[in-house]
Design a protein around this ligand. Structure first.
Ligand SMILES: Cc1cc2nc3c(=O)[nH]c(=O)nc-3n(C[C@H](O)[C@H](O)[C@H](O)COP(=O)(O)OP(=O)(O)OC[C@H]3O[C@@H](n4cnc5c(N)ncnc54)[C@H](O)[C@@H]3O)c2cc1C
Length: 409
């Protein structure tokens, strides 16, 4: 969509153009963290969010969702997540925390505003939301990586008598009709949903290759001890700045993110049947890689998300290309920043990186006033050392897991 600027004060029925220094688009973790830093710097800014309430992107997930990151890792800058550090918040608890955060710091969040176009007009950006127009010197796109649920195109060939929905629209088992369920996609979301459905006594089939799993109980003592190291790997090592991150991220993007909470033994104990990848539809029914046609009553597509940035009418953001960003700044568009977009997505949880990046983005947006002082040479040396260390450690770990799997198949 393209946006046309209106003359200031032009006599039309639509409102005149508003002016603000910085517009943050999206008020999730990334947008709120940006807001915190911008407010500390005394900037004039607004956060526009499509949801009716702050935290709604979490409230829209399934009812029983519990985070896989412990509370001590779920806080935003300036306000710790309350309660026990090793508790695992529910969906609603996290949403309420985010809402409380925005209120506590009196962040200028405007809810119910979906930005539908962003373009450059001269030196500035023009942000359009319905018939509202805002001109800004700087824009931060913080709309998150989970906006557009993706289902394989062949899903539309499914017999209409089969209930189908994407994991992003799944709330609880009552949405499905009686009968067997095929959950396509054996990642964290698919497995969580499959476990919940199996507990209702249905026959549940889980389609796709096992993506691997973290061999510790994240909620137990081992989790508490090992989680800091895992967190370090997720946030500092498995990102696009490290060779190992560049190797691993495409696998994760392709759905090979290891299971974090659930282990194969839990899946087996729940009576869930593992089946190969779903390759297409035959006679209106799901067709597996091994040629089997499944006679199921329901299909849940836990097949991930695609980025949804078509509304951005700027050169770095065309459909097939990832915008290149350095520390959150989009190289091709001075004044444009990304917070928490897939471009900067680290391996498993992007939460912490989102928050770190928020500081860096605001630092740059504020004309290079330093929030974090980092020596680039020292950082490069540290990264190279860590790369070598993690390359060795991860390959030793892989050998260990393979050996254990051979010993205890
Ligand atoms: C099922 C599931 C479970 C997860 N569990 C965990 C977990 O346990 N721990 C963890 O750390 N992470 C978890 N994550 C990841 C976590 O949700 C993200 O890391 C985090 O939400 C990213 O924050 P964000 O601000 O970038 O995006 P979001 O939280 O998605 O926020 C984006 C915001 O932008 C708004 N928006 C989008 N488009 C527009 C627009 N055009 N105009 C205006 N507003 C717009 C949305 O309304 C939303 O509020 C999970 C993700 C999923 C899908």
């Amino acid at each position: 969509m393209s946006v046309q600027p209106q003359e200031q004060g032009q006599a039309t029925s639509t409102p005149k153009v508003e002016r603000i220094d910085t517009v943050v688009i999206g008020g999730g973790q990334a947008g709120l963290a940006m807001g915190y830093h911008l407010a500390r710097l005394g900037q004039r800014f607004v956060i526009l969010d499509a949801g009716a309430r702050v935290g709604d992107s979490w409230r829209a997930r399934w009812d029983s969702l519990r985070l896989f990151t412990p509370a001590r890792r779920d806080g935003l800058p300036g306000m710790k997540y309350p309660g026990r550090g090793h508790a695992f918040p529910t969906r609603d608890e996290l949403a309420d925390y985010l809402e409380g955060y925005a209120a506590h710091f009196e962040l200028p969040v405007q809810c119910g505003v979906r930005v539908d176009a962003l373009a450059r007009v001269g030196e500035r950006f023009l942000v359009a939301a319905g018939d509202r127009r805002i001109e800004a010197d700087q824009v931060v796109v913080a709309t998150g990586p989970f906006q557009a649920p993706h289902t394989p195109p062949f899903a539309r060939e499914l017999d209409p008598r089969i209930v189908q929905l994407h994991s992003g629209h799944y709330r609880n088992p009552s949405q499905l009709q009686d009968g067997d369920v095929l959950v396509v996609g054996p990642g964290n979301s698919g497995v969580d949903i499959a476990m919940e459905l199996a507990a209702t006594g249905r026959r549940v089939l889980l389609s796709g290759e096992h993506p691997g799993h973290i061999p510790i109980a994240i909620e137990g003592l081992s989790g508490r001890l090992v989680f800091p190291a895992l967190w370090f790997v997720w946030t500092h090592v498995l990102n696009r700045n490290t060779p190992i991150g560049r190797r691993v991220l495409p696998k994760i993007a392709a759905g090979h993110e290891p299971l974090i909470r659930t282990k194969p033994k839990h899946i087996e104990a729940a009576g869930i049947e593992r089946v190969p990848r779903t390759a297409g539809i035959a006679n209106g029914r799901p067709l597996l890689d091994d040629g089997r046609e499944l006679d199921v009553a329901n299909v849940v597509w836990a097949t991930g998300y695609r980025r949804s940035l078509e509304w951005i009418d700027l050169p770095g953001f065309d459909a097939d290309e990832e915008p290149t960003e350095g520390r959150g700044a989009i190289a091709s568009e001075p004044g444009l920043y990304a917070g928490g977009l897939p471009v900067s997505r680290p391996a498993v949880s992007q939460h912490l990186r989102v928050l770190k990046q928020a500081g860096l983005v605001v630092d740059q947006a504020a004309g290079n006033r330093r929030i974090y002082r980092i020596d680039p040479d020292g950082l490069a040396r540290l990264r190279a050392d860590l790369d070598r260390f993690w390359d060795g450690a991860l390959s030793a770990y892989k050998d260990l897991v393979e050996q254990r799997e051979q010993e205890h198949p």
